[in-house]
Structure formats: structure tokens, C-alpha cells
Write a protein that binds this ligand. Structure first.
Ligand code: V47
Length: 372
């Protein structure tokens, strides 16, 4: 394999990977520019194996999008709507509680809840949301509100981000998802999401959350108008933030879906770029324990392959995804845990059912296969 990696021009990066040395941004560029996806993936797999052994994780979770009404209206987003749009919606607290109640017979351990930046819902609504969910399902872990939403909620609350997070914690917030990061570059933000929280502020909210004892995730929305260099700057900013706080749980590359967005003229991502983003992230983000292959965005089949290209987590059952499906995703809106187990087993990994914080719930050593 050494000769093969050298022939692919990646011998120097291989040496660094073996020595556990941090890769530079120019190493990252070389990896992105390499036409040899097998060589890049093999290197990423070395790192994945060193960090996670043979484990590949998944979670039994439920997604709830309480409202799509949004003042940001990002060009890459098909989910957000103006308040007077025919497709705009806003769930009452009772509707959200009903969504949770409907799945009480399922072993859901996490509720992933995000929405738009709503122009006039009061701070009390968000507290009631959290309390309402915990009332119906007291043991569930609520992973809710992106850094963008948290900054907005701090504005509504009239307190600092830190104090706002404390108040949200008292109401039931347990951790935060990684959305809203997009690409931190101001060039990209000006062109695609000019009204959104700037990248630097997203990072500040995440670091504040970590200092308050919250774990959070991080994402990058790739495959639109960003350059490789801008992707690498994004990864570098996350890596530096993680050096400071250690609070990020997982990184999730999000493949851009153009349908029904203002960027609909752009093409969808390719399988090679999807795998490359996972592999380069695994190699560059040496201080992140987990890289997710989010099956909703890249499809379960490619997510399964990604387990050999640096990913160690397929996210979860999801039940039921809206944001990517409004933008034309052709995947299902939910997946069974038995399917996740089968995908992982057939990839040669051990399926580990986890909590949000990666505590082990069950190790599915020898699951029965649905088909021989
Ligand atoms: O914040 C919006 C992105 C995010 C599109 O933390 C789009 O574990 C693709 O953040 N095409 C929501 N992406 C999803 C998200 C997420 C998903 C799964 C797990 C976790 C986690 C986080 O999706 C948004 C935005 O960055 N997005 N529009 C689109 N057209």
C-alpha cells in the first residue's frame, strides 16, 4: 500500500498520518485535488480506525422542525419561508408534544429540533417547546437550536449567550446540533446568506456553549459556490475552536441539494466529492472523535461506503427529515434501525447504538441479516 500511496503523490501525507502529525492546509488542498479517491480514502480510514477501531455508530432519533418561517432566507435553502408564504408553518406547543407522543412506543433517545429565525415568536415559546417535550418524554436528550438560533434567542431573551444557554438548559436543552455553519468565509456568506449570523459569531456561540458545559456538533455545507480553499479555511477554523474547547462531538459534511432553492441552476454534488469531503475532514480534523456520513443527504448506499473513507457514524433513524427533502432529496424521510445495523455490518464494522454523547446503548455483534 505504501508504494501505491507514494505513486498517488501522497507519500509525505502518509508519513505525517503515521506519525500522528497535524496536516497543513496545503496538505488538505493536495488531498482535495488528488484524482485518486482510493488513496485519499485509505489514508482517512487509517485515522478513523485509530480513533474508533471497528465501531460504527448510529442513534435512534427523531427530527422535529417546529417552524420554517425565517427572516434569513438563505439562497441555498428550500426550507425557510416568509411568514406570508403559502408553505409557511409554525407548530403550536401542543402539536410538537403530539409529534413526540406519537412515537412514544419507539426507543427514541434523541430529539433533534431546529427551525428558522422566526420574526416574532417570543422567548417563552422556545422554553415551552423544551419543557413540553420533556413533559411527554422526560428521558429524551434534546439536541436543539443551531448556533444561529441560539444567537437569535439571546437577542430575544435580552441576556448574554452564556446566560441564555443556562436558561435553556433549565427548560430542557441538552446539546446543540451543528447546523447553520454553512461555509464560514465572508465571501460565501455575502453571496449565499447575507443576513445570517457571520461565521466568526457562529464559532463564538459554539465555544461559549462548550464553556457552559454543552457539547455541540459542527457542519459544513459544501458543493455550491465555495472553493477548496474556503472549505479548508472552514475546517481549520473548526479545528482551532476544538483545540480551545474540546466541545465538538462530531463533524457532519452536508451535501448541497439545489432543487427549489435560489441556486437551483447549480448541479448536485457527485459521489466522489461526497467521499472526498468525508475523507479530507477525517484527515484534517485530528481533534474530532467522530465524522458522520449523513445518509439523508448522500443516500444510505454511499453513506455505507463512506464508512471505509473516514466516517464512523451514520447519524440515525431521523424520523422524519424535512430540510433536505424540501430541496429535492430523494432518500427516505426515515430509516429503520435494522437497516442501519445491516448497512454497518455489511461494511465490516460493528454497529454500535449510541446516545447523543456517544455512550454505548447496544453493540449489535451478530445481527440477523434480513437477506442472505
Ligand atoms: O443548517 C440547508 C443545511 C442544515 C440545504 O448536528 C442544506 O448532528 C443541503 O445541520 N442542501 C440542517 N443542506 C441539517 C443539519 C444536521 C443534519 C444532521 C445532523 C446534524 C447534527 C445536523 O442543512 C442547515 C443548513 O446548513 N441546508 N439547505 C440544502 N439545500
Amino acid at each position: 500500500m505504501k508504494n501505491y500511496i507514494e505513486a498517488a503523490g501522497l507519500g509525505d501525507i502518509h508519513q505525517k498520518v503515521i506519525a500522528g502529525e497535524r496536516l497543513s492546509l496545503s496538505d488538505g488542498l493536495k488531498l482535495y485535488q488528488s484524482p485518486d479517491i482510493l488513496a485519499v480514502g485509505w489514508l482517512a480510514n487509517l485515522v478513523r480506525e485509530r480513533i474508533n477501531g471497528n465501531n460504527a455508530y448510529f442513534i435512534y432519533n427523531q427530527h422535529i422542525n417546529y417552524s420554517n418561517i425565517c427572516t434569513n432566507l438563505c439562497k441555498f435553502c428550500a426550507f425557510g419561508r416568509k411568514k406570508d408564504d403559502d408553505l409557511a408553518y409554525e407548530m403550536s406547543i401542543d402539536e410538537v408534544k403530539e409529534k413526540v407522543r406519537q412515537r412514544l412506543d419507539e426507543p427514541i433517545v434523541e430529539i433533534h429540533m431546529v427551525g428558522g429565525i422566526h420574526p416574532d415568536l417570543p422567548f417563552s415559546y422556545y422554553l415551552e417547546l423544551l419543557r413540553g417535550i420533556k413533559e411527554v418524554r422526560p428521558d429524551v436528550h434534546i439536541q436543539a437550536f443551531t448556533c444561529v438560533e441560539i444567537a437569535h434567542l439571546a437577542g430575544l431573551c435580552g441576556e448574554s449567550v452564556g446566560r441564555t444557554l443556562d436558561i435553556l438548559r433549565e427548560a430542557g436543552l441538552d446539546s446543540m446540533p451543528g447546523g447553520g455553519a454553512e461555509v464560514f468565509s465572508s465571501r460565501i456568506r455575502e453571496r449565499t446568506c447575507a443576513d445570517k449570523l457571520p461565521g466568526q459569531d457562529w464559532l463564538e456561540v459554539a465555544k461559549t456553549a462548550h464553556r457552559q458545559g454543552f457539547r455541540t456538533n459542527a457542519t459544513m455545507l459544501y458543493g455550491h459556490i465555495e472553493t477548496y480553499e474556503e472549505r479548508l479555511e472552514h475546517l481549520d477554523a473548526l479545528r482551532l475552536a476544538q483545540d480551545e474547547t474540546g466541545g465538538f462531538l462530531a463533524f457532519i459534511p452536508l451535501a448541497f441539494h439545489p432543487k427549489n432553492t435560489e441556486l437551483a441552476a447549480l448541479s448536485s454534488t457527485t459521489g466522489i466529492d461526497d467521499l472526498k469531503n468525508i475523507a479530507v475532514a477525517r484527515l484534517l480534523l485530528d481533534n474530532f472523535d467522530h465524522i458522520k456520513a449523513y445518509w439523508v443527504m448522500i443516500g444510505p448506499k454511499l453513506a455505507q461506503i463512506a464508512l471505509s473513507f473516514g466516517a464512523d457514524d451514520l447519524d440515525g433513524t431521523v424520523k422524519e427529515e424535512v430540510i433536505t427533502h424540501m430541496a429535492g432529496a430523494e432518500t427516505d424521510q426515515a430509516i429503520g434501525s435494522e437497516t442501519l445495523i445491516r448497512l454497518i455490518t455489511e461494511a465490516g464494522r460493528t454497529p454500535v447504538e449510541r446516545t447523543t454523547l456517544y455512550e454505548v446503548i447496544d453493540v449489535h455483534h451478530n445481527p440477523e441479516r434480513a437477506n442472505p
